[in-house]
Design a protein around this ligand. Structure first.
Ligand SMILES: N[C@@H](CCC[C@H](N)C(=O)O)C(=O)O
Length: 289
């Protein structure tokens, strides 16, 4: 890694990210470097890292360059790579606007889960077209502290297991990934959401994220939860012919999720840039980066 690296810090409903602008993809960001930067005590701290690269400069995004100039190279806080990050893509859009790379309004962002279209709303929120959910068949269960719940397998480009519970406190401390059965359902790991009802089409959730542990929000997770709740509540837009909107409360705020007939899902929520600075050269050397 070269020295004098600029960074920003941002969050979406308190799902927080280290943002590293690197338009020409010049930085070497191995998993250990990402984990060191995301370390909350010895690094900058974050649930994940948004590596901001021009699509044309990244081998995983080149094919999307004609549609989306910028690629969100998303990493979890342990350095692992994920297909998509819903809160991350809103914060990414906010960063592009702040840096003058895009105007307020509509923009396209390349992700490993495909090109996502975002709209920077006038009130400061960002709305993102999250694509369609896939609902693989089969029974899944999730366990915490000796309790087991049935869960819905929802694929939002990344994998989710959504369990409806009586009380979010039953999910315990969520220090370790909650075991999901049958073994082998999620060969690449899974994000696990625990959900309670708050009112009509209004739920609250906690999440244990693959690669990051318990976080205060997960955008793809909130979409998975809204899709699972709509199926449970008889509000599947494919069946009713009407859009279904769920309010999803997360420990870090609130997300609004709408699923349209045809399956397209839209997520609206805040995106905040908190700070910007430069990574200390001595720290970089000491961290072996
Ligand atoms: N916090 C994100 C999801 C980030 C990726 C996830 N941990 C995974 O590995 O799939 C969101 O807001 O969607």
């Amino acid at each position: 890694m070269s020295t004098r690296i600029a960074f920003l810090k941002g969050h979406g409903t308190q799902n927080d990210f280290v943002i590293v602008p690197d338009p020409e993809n010049a930085l070497d960001l191995p998993a250990a470097a990402v984990a060191a930067l995301c370390d909350r005590r010895a690094g900058i701290g974050g649930d994940g890292l948004l590596h901001v690269v021009r699509s044309a400069a990244h081998p995983e995004a080149r094919e999307m360059a004609a549609e989306a100039e910028w690629f969100m190279d998303y990493r979890n806080s342990d350095g692992s790579v994920a297909e998509m990050c819903g809160n991350g893509v809103r914060v990414f859009a906010r960063y592009l606007q702040r840096a003058g790379h895009v105007e307020a309004g509509d923009l396209a962002i390349a992700t490993r889960g495909g090109v996502k279209r975002a709209h920077l709303d006038k009130d400061g929120d960002v709305t993102v077209g999250m694509g369609r959910a896939r609902l693989p068949e089969g029974e899944v269960t999730v366990s915490v502290d000796g309790r087991t719940w049935p869960a819905r397998n929802v694929d939002m480009g990344n994998p989710h297991a959504v369990a409806f519970v009586d009380d979010l406190a039953h999910a315990g401390e969520l220090l370790a990934p909650p075991p999901v059965a049958p073994a082998g359902t999620y060969p690449d790991g899974v994000n696990v959401e625990f959900v309670v009802d708050r009112g009509p089409r209004h739920v609250a959730m906690r999440v244990h994220e693959r690669g990051s542990g318990e976080t205060r929000s997960c955008g793809t997770g909130a979409c998975a939860v809204a899709v699972a709740a709509a199926r449970r509540d008889g509000a599947d837009p494919e069946v009713t012919g009407e859009a279904s909107t769920y309010t999803v409360d997360v420990p870090g705020g609130r997300l609004m999720i709408t699923e349209y007939p045809g399956g397209e899902i839209e997520m609206t929520g805040p995106a905040v840039i908190v700070a910007e600075g430069e990574i200390d050269e001595e720290w970089l050397r000491a961290a072996g980066l």
